[in-house]
Design a protein around this ligand. Sequence first.
Ligand code: AHG
Ligand code: MN
Ligand code: MN
Ligand code: MN
Length: 336
Amino acid sequence: MKPLTLTRFMIEEQRRSGVLRPELRLLIETVARACKTISHSIGKGALGEVLGSLGSENVQGEVQKKLDVIANELLLEANEWGGHLAAMASEEMETIHRIPNRYPKGEYLLLFDPIDGSSNIDVGLSVGTIFSVLRAPASASGREITEEDFMQPGATQVASGYAIYGPQTLLVLTLGTGVYEFTLDREVGAWKMTDGPLKIPAGNCEFAINMARHKQWSPAITRYIDERMEGETGPCAKDYNMRWTGSMVADVHRILKRGGVFLYPADHRTPGKARLRLMYEANPMALLIEQAGGAANNGLDRILDILPTGLHERVGVVLGDKAEVETVAAYGHEAM
Ligand code: AHG
Ligand code: MN
Ligand code: MN
Ligand code: MN
């Protein structure tokens, strides 16, 4: 049987669930189209003069790569005129981007990390685009959208996903009814379903963590990793593997397909200090992981329950195999 295209999958989903609105379908189509263009740009690499850094820094003090800015612009341009959005926010922009008055406005809010894993761009390894869709609060109708309107817990996301630009370009999507993977068929320019509904395989003894940051870990994280490092003589009775790509998208994708656990814990020494951003990295990934039968917490509590206080708020992230993620939280609560 021919694989379903993304378009057909969403139209059938719309008919089946009666919940997926045509505006949300168009929004996802638009994001997916922008990801095709980003994929094309990344694929050119040095030949397209898209590699390297700009002189600028983003709001979090990171040096921006050319592709961080190119991908941000592509996503803004693609999503501005469709009429389904009220505003957007991104890792690469200090504040929100409202839909200009020359275009009609819709009820959705889109957040994105235009290029995740930026440090991998110039060496030709996998990077991705992460996105999250919220609905603007009803109270916002008829007035200008503010940052405050974005401050909703991740559990309210109506869709989330990522594109991964690797050996193939893939799109992994949830509309709240399971997780599906689509592969970009470059010859016809269509996304075709190649896997799903994804279910995280349990019991794969693999973790992904930046070991060089161990001084930042809490006693609970240290206990969890130390036990796994004991291998077959430890409580897990198995030798573990470690994987770390420097692209959250790639590490999370491997976990969705093969199992295991991803950890980027908060810095135990400084309250509030963490690497990953809640609204456009942790939340969309947490929704995908939960939809695939896994769990996601900040070392203690469920990520999707956190009420954000700022667009660029950072959070500790532990996600993947449900039993493992719950073990980390149990160790965290015991240590309190
Ligand atoms: P970004 O490139 O969007 O700034 O995000 C990078 C993130 C994430 O993708 C990855 O897991 C982590 O940073 C890598 O951190 P290290 O540099 O500590 O490996
Ligand atoms: Mn960055
Ligand atoms: Mn990122
Ligand atoms: Mn990024």
